[in-house]
Structures are given as C-alpha cells and as structure tokens.
Design a protein around this ligand. Structure first.
Ligand code: SAM
Length: 210
C-alpha cells in the first residue's frame, strides 16, 4: 500500500506555531511574528495607508523592514519609527533604509513631537509584554492614533502559553484595563477573528480608534 493512500498526519497548535515563529525571517532578518499576523498587517496597512508607523520593540528589525517595504509600495512620504532599548541589536542594513528611523532609548523616551506633521499614524506595541510596560505605552501613544487607524497590542497569546504570570498579567490585562475606561477605541473583531476566534498572537489586540 502506498504511503499516499492514507490521509497525511496534520498536527499543529498554538505552541507549535509559537516555537516556529522564532525561526521567521523577512529578507533574511529575524522577524518574530505570528504568520497569521503578517497577512493581517499587510491588509491593514494597505487599508489604512498610514504615513507613520511607530513600532515599540525593534529586536533585529525584520518587522520594521516589512512595514517599511509596504509603506514604500504605497508611495509618497512615509516613515517607520522603531524603538528599542538595546543598542547594536538591530541589523546594520536597517540603518541605511531611508524609511526607517531607529530609536534605542525605550518608548519612555520617545519624543511625541516627532510624530507632528504626520496625517495617519499607526501604533504597534511589541515591547517587553509586561503589564506595566504595555499599559504605560498604551497610555502614552493612544492620543497619536488617528481616527480610523489602529493601536495594535502584540502577544496577548502569552496567556494561552502559560506565560501570563511572568509578565505580571501581560498585554491582556493592559488591554482590559485600557478598554474599561476608553471611549475612543474598539477591539476590531474583523482582524482578531479572521481565521477563527482570536486566531492571532495579538489576542483582542487590534484596537481601532473611532
Ligand atoms: C518581541 S521583541 C520585538 C520583535 C520585533 N517587533 C519583531 O516583530 O521582530 C521585543 C523587543 O522589545 C524591546 N523592549 C523591551 N523593553 C522596551 C522598552 N521599554 N522600549 C522599547 N523596546 C523595548 C526588547 O529589547 C526586544 O527587542
């Protein structure tokens, strides 16, 4: 009997996708995101057409490069501001990209004045994922988000992976607290649930400014 006469084994889950996502690169640079979210990001950026994306958490810069390439395809004057706390972590090729500005003093020291003059701003929070940092970054950057655009809070999936306690409640605690008092944002289920309920690492994390 041929091995092809049997239905092949298919076995993956949040944990296997999580393990695999550490191997993802974009144009050869580490770009640590859930594969579903890569697809959602390019759709969302195409729909919103931001002229500024602020990313908290650069790591090697693969995701910043991904965003910059999409912005480049849109044409016009557009920028990615990507912020980290670790110097020399970022791939050197990012330094020569005219669409990307890098900051290495943490989100706490990013000067909001730098966002002045941009018309449509998208915020992506992908920093330490502790509750404290997430809620502080949300409060700092929320007012920059243009109506119709988004503040995306990454990696609420850590609850599912048993890592919530290590992050003092993590992104989901921060999102719940923020949404309790905010009348400016809604969780956009269109993105969260495209492939199944919260089939994203950004669980309840696509916050649309209304
Ligand atoms: C999950 S990684 C970012 C991954 C990257 N966005 C990607 O998709 O490839 C988180 C990054 O947040 C950075 N980070 C930690 N605390 C931060 C802070 N206060 N401000 C900005 N970045 C911070 C870490 O140094 C780390 O590089």
């Amino acid at each position: 009997m041929s091995v092809f006469s049997k239905r092949p084994k298919v076995k993956f889950n949040v944990k296997t996708v999580f393990d695999g996502h550490f191997k993802i690169t974009y144009r050869g640079i580490e770009a640590v995101k859930c594969p579903f979210d890569y697809v959602l990001y390019q759709m969302l950026i195409w729909e919103i057409k931001p002229d500024l994306i602020i990313e908290i958490g650069t790591n090697k810069g693969g995701s910043a490069l991904y965003f910059a390439d999409i912005l480049n395809m849109l044409g016009g004057k557009r920028e990615v501001h990507t912020i980290d706390i670790v110097k020399d972590l970022i791939d050197p090729s990012i330094a020569n990209n005219t669409l990307i500005k890098t900051f290495t003093d943490g989100y706490q020291n990013y000067n909001l004045e730098l966002a002045k003059g941009f018309e449509k701003i998208l915020i992506i929070e992908d920093g330490s994922h502790t509750y404290e940092d997430t809620i502080a970054a949300m409060k700092k950057f929320a007012s920059l988000v243009t109506p119709g655009s988004y503040m995306i809070i990454e990696d609420g999936i850590i609850d599912e992976l048993g890592l919530k306690k290590a992050h003092n409640g993590g992104p989901l605690k921060a999102i719940a607290e923020f949404m309790d008092t905010s009348t400016d944002f809604v969780i956009d289920r269109k993105w969260c649930d495209m492939f199944g309920t919260n089939a994203t690492f950004n669980v309840n994390g696509y916050l649309k400014r209304i």
